[in-house]
Design a binder for this molecule. Structure first.
Ligand SMILES: NC(=O)c1ccc[n+]([C@@H]2O[C@H](COP(=O)([O-])OP(=O)(O)OC[C@H]3O[C@@H](n4cnc5c(N)ncnc54)[C@H](OP(=O)(O)O)[C@@H]3O)[C@@H](O)[C@H]2O)c1
Length: 233
């Protein structure tokens, strides 16, 4: 029986690499972007819940694995207007954390209803542990939330064979990382990575695929780093 997967943020970057990593497996995958796959804007009310229902319909009523990969990394300097700062904080929280939480909730209810297990893979970030730049408090906080949520789910539902993992990439070569490298002066940032380079999206995809299909159940709750030893904990 094929494994049914819902993957958010598959339109580009790490998500596209994750989608590609399933090509040789017995997998039916529903992808997502704001304008591609099953389209949904997580900043819009009900966006995540609508995505779940549509994906469930497209997968004949069964989803086995949820991969919450979609995310935004927007600058929010503290010297901007206070209302704009608060609005940007809320937007990042909604897209990066609340939408993932809504999808996790629906996945768990789905698996409990069918009395079967399932797997959640949440894309967090090195920022969850190390923090981020002064313009990205919200990003770091949203990713720390992903880590805490993943641990809560792992501990709360392991007895029902519902497993949860989180992945914490450091800088990863996608559009998002390109912007970040440019804004931080490129080489200087690389000097902080003992491996001497940022991660490839395909390296993060290897882990996502492993967590989705192969990771032994005793690994549930694991938070996996992919950062070239730029932050070890
Ligand atoms: N790249 C890094 O250095 C890095 C490091 C650590 C963690 N991460 C995390 O890894 C994940 C993927 O990052 P990436 O670098 O591959 O990002 P990316 O290339 O910018 O792609 C982001 C994905 O999220 C989707 N998305 C953007 N805004 C959305 C919204 N409002 N509602 C729903 N979906 C939305 C995008 O869809 P559209 O194409 O339609 O916009 C796209 O599929 C993110 O969670 C990110 O925080 C990345």
């Amino acid at each position: 029986m094929a494994t049914h997967i819902l993957l958010t943020g598959s339109s580009r970057g790490i998500g596209a690499a994750i989608a590609g990593s399933f090509a040789r497996d017995d997998v039916r995958l529903i992808g997502h972007g704001t304008k591609s796959g099953i389209a949904a804007d997580f900043d819009a009310p009900g966006g995540a819940q609508a995505l779940w229902q549509k994906a469930l319909g497209a997968l004949d009523g069964r989803i086995d694995v949820l991969i919450n990969n979609a995310g935004i990394f927007e600058s929010n300097p503290i010297d901007r207007d206070g209302d704009a700062w608060a609005a940007n904080w809320e937007r990042t929280m909604r897209v990066n954390l609340t939408a993932s939480a809504e999808l996790c909730r629906l996945a768990i209810l789905h698996w409990q209803d069918g009395n079967r297990g399932g797997r959640i893979v949440n894309m967090a970030s090195r920022a969850a542990y190390r923090g981020d730049s002064p313009a990205h408090w919200h990003y770091a906080a949203s990713k720390a939330g992903m880590v805490a949520m993943t641990k809560s789910i792992a501990r709360g539902y392991a007895s029902e064979n519902i497993l949860a993992f989180a992945i914490c990439p450091g800088f990863t070569m996608t559009g998002m990382a390109d912007d970040y490298l440019a804004s931080r002066g490129g080489d200087k940032l690389l000097a902080d990575i003992p491996l001497g380079r940022v991660a490839e999206a395909s390296e993060v995809a290897v882990l996502a695929r492993f967590c989705a299909l192969e990771a032994p159940p005793s690994m549930t709750g694991a938070i996996l780093d992919v950062n070239g030893a730029s932050y070890v904990r």
